[in-house]
Design a protein around this ligand. Structure first.
Ligand code: XMP
Length: 535
């Protein structure tokens, strides 16, 4: 399976759509924030699915959406060969909302004009409401000036027949447009981002009032539909193997599948030796002990460490770990007779940073792998029941499935584990030092009642030694960096504002109790420009 095959939205289209009645189809033109549109729609209680623009027409039949939203994207409509909105979208008889590039694609498709703008608009802008439209009902009033978030170089210069401007901004004379009779709407700004404060209300109004969706979609419904779908896909005989990583995602995927097919599921837990303190045991106890789910526990740590010996490049580490994961996994699954399906706990954000809507790789910031990017030769059929869900939705689903709160609330942990928290070469010694420091740090965070306020907190062991003095002796030991961030989806993040007293206390404990560390620093970088992990 190549990255290009992993375009979000492929799986759900194959699904028997016997789940939620009201569905919104989001057509992706490659914006980095398309997933936020899906989030906002679901927050309004309406199920949404994302398809790449070139699969949009084929998706209309199976999905039968009540409304369509066209996402933003990096291309320019007026250049040749750029993504187009299929005509079928506008003749489907359902309301359509175009956002940013989506607005421009709609205008271009319906006979208007889009041109490069003299003044590009990026960031906060002011939208002035110049006319009423049902799209603004209960959200904006005529004459109102509202903060919105813009990000465009091109702009609409001539409206298609039937449209009128309902909102303007300094850089966009057609910042909001409407054809009320056909229920076609366009916004030059991004309502899906938090920097457009009334954006969520606007999207909710579109899907609930204009499209008439009932707004009763819930995780309980998702669970029911997915269980039925998995049971139908696997049948009475099929055997599924599921990779457990120790994190929430694969655990929830496994529980969901177990509910659907019982002991036709076997979990394989590849312990790569890069987990945090006590983590491997917890996973085994939970699955074998608590849930009684068949579990193969493979201790492959030596193999991973040998392969990582002398490797310091972050991407090389990820690739080696990803490849080995697959190798070990395949070896184990081959031992299980008749394994036909492979289940993974891949989430939507795992996919989105590595692929673009055009099918080619977008800028690779980090090559994410969850439980292994699968090779094309993989014979197993893929089941990824969470690939359309966001992290907080997966947690909700976990609760719904009765996963213990302590497990559900766990901070995300990357597939490559501690390997990407030890910049430079990885050794057993460094892993042991980091595990201890990390455990103390997390223990202090829990004791202070801060764990649930933080998206991710972890220690990083830097490949730098500095001089210190302990007792009467000179020390020359590693630096440990502490990281804690708040975030809603891992796409952007802010550093957590601990008190100095807390940081001082945690640092003292780490230096006193962990041999090998004599200096602790706190990372106060946000994402962007930083990333959450150090590698
Ligand atoms: P970054 O460091 O890119 O991380 O800001 C965003 C989120 O993704 C997690 N992460 C990974 N998860 N494999 C994973 O499964 C990876 O290679 C990987 N790299 C980063 C990170 O922990 C954070 O939650």
């Amino acid at each position: 399976m190549t990255e290009a095959d992993q375009i979000p939205g492929e799986d759900p289209l194959d699904a028997a759509h016997d789940g939620p009645q009201d569905r919104v189809l989001i057509i992706d033109f490659g914006s980095q924030v398309t997933q936020l549109i899906a989030r906002r729609v679901r927050e309004a209680g309406v199920y949404s699915e994302i398809v790449p623009y070139d699969k949009a027409e084929a998706a209309l039949g199976p999905v039968r959406p009540r409304a369509i939203i066209l996402s933003g994207g990096p291309a320019s409509v007026h250049e040749s060969g750029t993504p187009q909105a299929p005509q079928a979208v506008f003749t489907a008889g359902v309301p359509v909302l175009g956002i940013c590039y989506g607005e421009q694609a709609m205008v271009a498709a319906l006979g208007g004009q889009v041109e490069p703008a003299h003044d590009r608009e990026f960031g906060r802008a002011e939208l002035q409401i110049i006319d009423e439209t049902p799209l603004f009902d209960g959200v904006f009033e005529e004459g109102e000036r509202a903060q919105v978030w813009m990000s465009h170089g091109d702009r609409v210069t001539k409206l298609p027949p039937g449209f009128r401007a309902v909102g303007i901004s300094t850089g966009a004379p057609f910042a909001a447009i409407a054809d009320d009779s056909r229920q076609l709407y366009g916004l030059q700004f991004h309502p899906e981002v938090v920097h457009t404060p009334k954006g969520a209300a606007l999207l909710a109004n579109f899907v609930r009032e204009i499209a008439g969706c009932s707004g009763d979609w819930s995780m309980a419904q998702f669970r029911e539909a997915e269980v039925a779908r998995i049971a139908a896909q696997v049948g009475d005989e099929g055997r599924v193997v599921c990779g457990l990583s120790g994190g929430v995602d694969s655990a929830v995927a496994a529980l969901l599948i177990h509910e659907a097919i019982g002991d036709q599921l076997t979990c394989i837990f590849v312990d790569h030796g890069l987990l945090r303190q006590g983590e491997a045991r917890e996973v085994v106890d939970l699955f074998r002990g608590h849930y009684n789910i068949p579990l193969v526990h493979v201790d492959a740590s030596e193999r991973f460490l040998r392969a990582l010996d002398g490797i310091s490049d972050p991407e090389a580490k990820r690739k080696i770990i990803g490849r080995l994961f697959v190798e070990v996994f395949e070896e184990e699954s081959e031992k299980l007779e008749d394994a036909e399906f492979l289940a993974q706990g891949t989430l939507y954000p795992d996919v989105i940073e590595s692929v673009s809507a055009t099918g080619g790789p977008s800028v690779t910031i980090k090559s994410h792998h969850n439980v292994g990017g699968l090779p094309e030769t993989m014979k197993l059929k893929l089941i990824e029941p969470l690939r359309m869900l966001f992290k907080d939705e997966v947690r909700e689903l976990g609760r719904e499935l009765g996963l213990p709160e302590a497990f559900v609330g766990r901070h995300p942990f990357p597939g490559p584990g501690l390997a990407i928290r030890i910049p430079g070469e990885i050794t057993e010694e460094k892993l042991a030092i980091l595990r201890k420091a990390d455990a103390i740090y997390l223990e202090e965070i829990r004791k202070a009642g801060l764990y649930d306020k933080i998206w991710q907190a972890f220690a990083v062991l830097l490949p730098v030694r500095t001089v210190g003095v302990m007792g009467d002796a000179r020390t020359y030991d590693y630096v440990c960096a502490l990281r804690a961030v708040t975030s809603t989806d891992g796409m952007t993040a802010d550093y957590y504002d601990f008190s100095h007293a807390f940081l001082g206390h945690a640092a003292r404990r780490i230096i006193n109790e962990v041999r090998g560390i004599n200096r602790v620093v706190y990372d106060i970088t946000s994402k962007p420009p930083g990333t959450i992990e150090w590698e």
